[in-house]
Design a protein around this ligand. Sequence first.
Ligand SMILES: Cc1cc2ncn([C@H]3O[C@H](COP(=O)(O)O)[C@@H](O)[C@H]3O)c2cc1C
Ligand SMILES: O=C(O)c1cccnc1
Length: 333
Amino acid sequence: MLSDQAIAAHLDALAKPQGSMGRLEALATDLARIQQRLDPVTHPRRLILFAADHGVVADGVSAWPQAVTGAMMATIAAGKATSSALAAAHECDLELIDAGAAFPPAGAALPPQQILAGGTRSLAHGPAMTAEQFAAAWDLGEKAARRAADAGVAVLLLGEMGIGNTTTAACLTMLLAGADSDTATGRGAGADDEILARKRAIVTAAAARAVMMLGADPRAAIAEVAGFEIIAMAGCFAEGARRRMTLLLDGYVATAAALVAERLYPGTATMMIAAHQSAEPGHAAALAQLGLAPLLDWQMRLGEGSGALVALPLLDSAAALIGKVALLSEVTG
Ligand SMILES: Cc1cc2ncn([C@H]3O[C@H](COP(=O)(O)O)[C@@H](O)[C@H]3O)c2cc1C
Ligand SMILES: O=C(O)c1cccnc1
């Protein structure tokens, strides 16, 4: 076991004034602790993007129609989305997985299991998914993590595409991080005042139903308000942690999935690094619940794994610092 003290002692012994790389040293410590080595690695890295649709969009919680999910899947696959452009810039593999899109593009990377096709039912009117769908979505994510681990991936980034999924994230942040609905409910991909008011009322009512179920059956409570891409991400985080990959968290929606994984598999969050704090107001509460401090606070609010990709070069810098710099004793003789 490589202790935090041993890692700190190593960093303090490098050929530079102690502490002179500031917060990068804290990040290097996290990487070394997670990977249990003083020369942590950040290659190969993979962004897995899960896409799915949300029945609650029919209730007017997003500024965008469901068809945008499928259109963005095609754009991601063509290398022309923010996520794909940044992944290419940072030498990060990108795997796009259809976790239940309503209008998937032809030739989507993987056909969704039939049970997930078309997306969730509206969480405004009852459970968003069945127990069988929860299990299928979880399995999709777990298998993706296994493929990544088998391919030797060191750093795993998870992202999502799903119109309406900030409504789901808000419900889960209320349920699992105890946020109030004003804090948890933000404008997502650009909700105006009228949409925001409707979204907040729906989130408040749905989260109240789920809270009632949490003690007796946490999976059912989560299924009441979740989305397929979020459960797939949760399964992927949980298995990714078991396979000891470094998990780089994106924004509000990815963190909602991290809350699910941590709730069902406590300890998952010890393998996570939080890339950034989203402009969505509930994100700070979700990160605090996981005990994570974000690397960046740049008012990003896209999802798609974009914030994790922006932070990825910081991990490269931290790994180079702790793994490649000589000891002061070696240079001074
Ligand atoms: C063109 C476009 C690209 C996106 N990429 C990510 N999102 C992000 O916005 C959506 C969530 O916001 P809401 O809950 O308000 O619908 C998700 O798809 C999320 O990934 C996008 C949204 C749009 C419109
Ligand atoms: O922070 C996020 O994950 C986010 C914010 C707005 C829209 N979609 C995602």
